[in-house]
Design a protein around this ligand. Structure first.
Ligand code: ATP
Length: 316
């Protein structure tokens, strides 16, 4: 079950936008799609949302091809910079049409969103401010009864308050109706509390994919006096992903899944003679690391934004 992307390729003339992209999207999960400008995010969403035809590769929804499959395509919707209605129309008239065309369109939530983002629903769409035009397009998507919703830059032109409200609105939309949402955004921090899995792409290829709740297994940040942090990193043979210095203090991001044995020597309370933490079902490498770094050094999980930036920089 889910949406399977296999070896997708898309070129525009001499530009390769997607270069063998493969990905599985699970039902009911909110994904963040991250990558630098030109990485291929909009092109990928365009293919998923049936707006673009890939040159090769396949898209399957619950095991059935998506291409030219009307019932499957109706289960997906792409909300991007394009309004698929005449732009002189008001949001009110578009919402009325949606209610008529799509059984299950959540008109009540649409009204809540219009009010939340200060949208005058009687005003022609093309006379709304940039942020309110974005909010209008996203609101339509969030209220449609689709199983796969793709949001391309949902905070384009939104003020800081509206950005926070947009993130909250995605959570509410999913609570009202379970669905898979893929959010392509550069606002990683704003959506950090919403996103359950991250997909990082670069040059039309997938760089990484991880569940946000597992981030603590991939990397940790050691903070404290620079000398103590560096000594701990050296002693434990950790791979440094990033290092920031502020005066005498340092924050060092280290990899936890690169083979470093963070368990060794961690008291695990068993009598089997081996102190390796894992015996007692302790599966938190950051906690294991915290037990080994020594005084004055704190261990925490990196925030999603810092980790994603680091991933992208590392591969460039
Ligand atoms: N219609 C088009 N014609 C020609 N080239 C295009 C077209 N659309 C996209 N491209 C190119 O394809 C590549 C991927 O573009 P895409 O818009 O998918 O990237 P993106 O990750 O969404 O970027 P951004 O974060 O800047 O929105 C870029 O090199 C872009 O210039």
């Amino acid at each position: 079950m889910g949406l399977r992307v296999t070896d997708l390729a898309k070129r525009y003339g001499r530009t390769t936008a997607l270069d063998g992209m493969s990905l599985d999207l699970r039902p009911g999960v909110v994904y963040g799609l991250f990558g630098r400008n030109g990485a291929g995010k909009s092109t990928l969403l365009g293919c998923l949302g049936n707006r673009l035809i890939p040159d090769s590769g396949s898209l399957e929804l619950d095991g059935e091809p998506l291409a030219e499959n009307e019932p499957a395509m109706e289960r997906t919707y792409l909300a991007d910079e394009r309004l698929p209605w005449w732009p002189g129309r008001s949001l009110e008239s578009i919402l009325r049409d949606c209610g008529r065309i799509y059984g299950g369109f959540d008109r009540e939530f649409a009204d809540t969103l219009a009010e939340r983002f200060g949208i005058d629903v009687e005003c022609p769409y093309n006379r709304l401010s940039l942020g309110r035009r974005t909010a209008s397009r996203m609101a339509i998507g969030l209220c449609l009864p689709v199983d796969y919703l793709f949001l391309d830059e949902p905070t384009l032109g939104l003020d800081p308050v509206a950005r926070t409200l947009m993130a909250r609105s995605v959570i509410e939309a999913c609570a009202r109706r379970s669905r898979t949402v893929v959010i392509s955004t550069h606002d990683v921090a704003e959506f950090a509390g919403v996103i359950e899995a991250a997909v990082v792409i670069d040059h039309g290829r997938r760089l990484d994919r991880f569940d946000v709740q597992d981030l603590y297994r991939h990397a940790a940040v050691l903070s404290g006096p620079a000398s103590a942090v560096d000594a701990a990193v050296g002693r434990l043979g950790l791979t440094v992903l990033d290092r920031e210095c502020h005066g005498m203090s340092a924050n060092v991001m280290v990899a936890l899944d690169s083979g470093a044995d963070v368990w060794e020597g961690v008291p695990d309370g068993t009598d089997d003679g081996a102190d390796d933490g894992s015996d007692v079902g302790c599966d938190d490498p950051a906690a294991a690391l915290a037990a080994r770094v020594g005084g004055g050094v704190h261990v925490r999980t990196p925030d999603l934004r810092t980790y994603v930036i680091r991933l992208i920089q590392e591969r460039n």
